[in-house]
Ligand binder design. Structure first.
Ligand code: FAD
Length: 427
């Protein structure tokens, strides 16, 4: 389609690989540079919502491992289920799409395997620096390669190198923006995440079920969407918010299990049981925030995904939101390249600004909702404890409508056919 236009994508996570899939389908030339391996054995699981599901279907990405999660149970005390809500099954019945969760590396691998021309994906070759001219961008990689493109997309995660380089370039001219870009996040929580064995003959939790558990200053979710496996989280508030990078070792993690292991995650099992049956566990800081200043440099460099918005993981929306951002950016580029195969910097900036204008409100919503949900999960104030009591009486349909309202604003890839007649996501 675009004669001579080529995008350089820095980062091969959810944002980068979804962009690669979308660009391939749109006929936009690109090269993706990933610092590590593609789909490394890192991170535990990722929840996929219908807003991503519809885009995957457009792109032909299939995930046959997980089953839908349709039941949602809520627990307090010693395994007391105070409510089972039906919002997930109502959403599924209404739009014929469901929420599910799967191993993170499996998901990334599915995104990668769907790309026909793998020569455009280069792993273990991160971007180290870039320079920009009126006509294009040149990056230098860790292996010393020099690669030229028309635009550079920083899809390189929460600690984005591209965002840091942009921050450095603004140090003298715009110190305030530079400071924000250098470190836009605040950390108020840490989270223990795990995958554990779910007994085959007598499972701890039924397949297709999620349990949410609320305790004072600890809360979390466990769910089963893959036979034999439970994914779980334990959210813990820090004593005070910090902007520092935190690293936790095995002893830190074990200390949290020693402290909170007795808490129930279902009628008949506790965090300790999940710990005893662990396959993989880790503890990470939970950064949150959204870059308030512009997401492009007024030239040919633009940021996407966790590089500009960092949601807490408890609602499982960060990656799903990144897929939405990919739709907005790709839709804009496709329309521009159709009209102007070799667009000027001014035209590109216009597309970048439009992508940001469309995505920012939903990105902001996801970050804000995640933050409130984190406070709710960990029952930090008296009014959140009161709200938990009220949860008993909130009708399922109200919860389902809130979820459906959110989903109804999700974009798709405009240049690909709508998946099917029964798909009512945006109707
Ligand atoms: C514990 C936890 C659980 C979560 N659970 C969910 C969930 O269930 N559902 C959900 O939707 N979201 C979830 N999220 C959020 C989700 O993981 C992120 O929103 C998503 O991964 C963002 O994708 P990304 O591609 O923008 O960034 P990343 O996933 O961080 O990918 C960035 C990539 O860029 C690479 N990179 C870094 N620097 C360079 C460089 N200089 N050059 C080239 N490449 C580089 C990295 O190696 C990485 O592969 C969770 C997050 C956490 C922490």
């Amino acid at each position: 389609m675009a004669n001579g236009f080529r995008a350089i994508i820095a980062g091969g996570g959810i944002s980068g690989l979804t962009l690669a899939n979308a660009f391939e389908k749109a006929g936009i030339d690109y090269i993706l540079l990933e610092k590590r391996d593609i789909a490394p054995d890192m991170g535990i699981a990722v929840s996929i919502f219908p807003n991503s599901g519809v885009v995957h279907q457009q792109l032909g990405i299939t995930t046959d491992l997980p089953v839908p999660i349709l039941r949602h149970k809520h627990f307090i005390g010693k395994g007391h289920m105070f409510r089972e809500t039906q919002e997930l099954s109502i959403v599924s019945d209404t739009i014929h799409r469901s929420m599910t969760a799967m191993p993170r590396n499996y998901y990334l691998d599915r995104l990668y395997e769907n790309i026909a021309d793998k020569s455009k994906i280069r792993s273990r070759n991160g971007v180290e620096s870039y320079t920009e001219t009126e006509d294009g961008v040149t990056v230098v990689t860790e292996r010393g390669e020099t690669i030229t493109g028309s635009i550079l997309i920083g899809a390189d995660g929460a600690h984005s190198m591209i965002r840091s380089l942009l921050a450095e370039s603004l140090e003298k001219t715009d110190p305030e923006r530079s400071k924000e870009l250098a470190n836009p996040w605040v950390t108020k929580y840490k989270v223990v995440v795990g995958a554990s064995r779910n007994g085959q003959s007598k499972p701890l939790i039924d397949l297709g079920t999620a349990n949410s558990c609320y305790y004072k200053r600890v809360g979390g979710t466990c769910l089963s969407s893959v036979p034999g496996i439970i994914y779980w989280t334990m959210n813990i508030p820090l004593e005070k918010p910090t902007k520092d990078r935190l690293r936790f070792n095995r002893a830190d993690l074990e200390a949290e299990i020693a402290k909170h292991g007795h808490l129930h995650m279902g009628t008949s099992f506790t965090y300790q049981d999940l710990w005893d049956n662990q396959i993989a566990t880790e503890m990470v800081q939970v950064e949150e925030g959204i870059v308030r200043s512009r997401w492009n440099d007024g030239g040919r460099v633009v940021l996407i995904g966790d590089a500009v918005q960092k949601a807490t993981p408890n609602l499982g929306m960060g990656g799903n939101s990144a897929v939405e951002a990919v739709c907005h950016l790709t839709n804009g580029l496709v329309a521009l390249l159709k009209a102007s195969p070799n667009p000027s910097t001014t035209q590109l900036v216009e597309v970048f600004d439009q992508y940001e204008a469309k995505h920012r409100p939903r990105g902001d919503l996801v970050v804000t909702l995640g933050s409130y949900a984190m406070q709710f999960d960990t029952q930090e104030t008296w009014w959140l404890r009161l709200f938990r009591m009220l949860l008993r009486w909130i009708p399922d349909i109200v919860l389902a409508r809130a979820f459906l309202a959110y989903l109804s604003g999700a974009p798709r890839l405009d240049f690909l056919p709508s998946p099917d007649a029964t798909d009512k996501l945006t109707n």
